[in-house]
Design a protein around this ligand. Structure first.
Ligand code: ATP
Length: 328
């Protein structure tokens, strides 16, 4: 269904920032230009919509941002947008600028906001999966996930140098409150001794057995990857339990934290963000509303936001099996 009413598209980034968000914004702005639509940048996510921090964007505004991490539109978490009054203020501001469609780049919370906004005020929105967590259905990968995995693996490589020089046991905590995608990729990609993810509980006894059998096999270094939301606790908590049982081990903990969010997006994330930016604008032109654009098997797919945010995406059982085989 072709929609003739869309003329001004507002674009915003919301929730946690992710590498590749800039590339997505650039693609939205350039695609708008291509189809003779106007694009408006909404600064600081929904907060900027409520505060009317909205400016027209030209292609020159998105020059030299493809390769930059973060988001030049800035991101925020807006408590006020969770209220009907807040969303009404936001709607009034969009009206002032005659913005009649939105591209929302963010995680499940941001897309939930876009869905509610569409239901309440009828503003057509296409969501783009912008989060390092990879926890959205309807896409094989989210924008920023690949870069975050690369960053984690590079950091773990460096930790391994010191771990093997001193026969240390390192616990490295990576991001992932509800999903262990970064952890499992980092675990396989860095040759970890074990990977603890929120989706699966690994009893401390199992971990101890794994470490003991690796000691027998004279493995030179031991790195255990822990997702921050792991069922067995964070890296600090688990390391303390292990220290009590294996007092002879020289145990260190590194929490990678926010460095996983930063940095120049990988080629994969640049491509993903660019393709999805184009898909978002084309989706709106074609009348695809209240959907998230994603890529599955190298094809653009539009999934109803309600389905994309359902909390049912978890680490592939096969990936978990591979990590286990390669760590024993
Ligand atoms: P990340 O995955 O990086 O945490 P996210 O988009 O899930 O990103 P949230 O903090 O959950 O991050 O959501 C971002 C913003 O989206 C919130 O600050 C709020 O403004 C809006 N939002 C989230 N959930 C809702 C909701 N249920 N109703 C309305 N707005 C919401």
């Amino acid at each position: 269904m072709e929609n003739k009413t869309i003329s001004r598209i507002g674009v915003l980034t919301s929730g946690g920032d992710a590498p590749g968000m800039n590339a997505a914004i650039r693609a939205v702005v350039r695609t708008c230009k291509y189809y003779n639509l106007e694009s408006y940048g909404i600064y600081r996510g929904y907060e900027g919509m409520i505060l009317n921090d909205i400016r027209k964007l030209e292609t020159k505004d998105v020059a030299y941002i493809l390769e930059r991490g973060g988001t030049f539109l800035k991101s925020a978490r807006s408590a006020e947008f969770r209220t009907t009054e807040g969303r009404k203020k936001a709607f009034d501001n969009l009206q002032k600028h005659n913005i009649n469609a939105l591209v929302v780049i963010g995680g499940d919370g941001s897309l939930t906001g876009a869905h509610l906004f569409f239901e309440e005020f009828g503003i057509p929105a296409v969501g783009l999966p912008g989060t390092i967590d990879n926890d959205l259905s309807g896409t094989d990968s989210t924008i920023g996930f690949d870069t975050a995995c690369n960053t984690a693996i590079q950091a773990i490589d460096k930790i391994r140098d010191t771990a093997s020089s001193h026969d240390r046991l390192f616990f490295v905590e990576v991001m992932g409150r509800d999903a262990g995608f970064i952890a499992i990729n980092a675990g396989i990609g860095s040759g970890a001794a074990a990977t603890l993810i929120p989706e699966k509980k690994m009893p401390v006894e199992t971990l101890i057995e794994r470490l003991k059998s690796r000691a027998k096999a004279k493995k030179q270094s031991n790195i255990v990857i822990v997702a921050e939301g792991g069922k067995s606790g964070g890296a600090m908590e688990i390391s303390e339990k292990v220290r009590k049982i294996l007092p002879g081990y020289d145990i260190k903990v590194t929490i990678l934290g926010h460095l996983q969010r930063g940095g120049s997006p990988s080629s994969f994330d640049r491509l993903l963000a660019s393709k999805l930016g184009v898909a978002a604008v084309e989706g709106l032109i074609q009348g695809k509303y209240d959907v998230m654009a994603g890529i599955i098997n190298n094809k653009v797919v539009y999934t109803p936001i309600k389905r994309a945010i359902v909390d049912d995406k978890s680490v592939d059982e096969d990936d978990f099996r591979v990590a286990k085989i390669l760590s024993t």
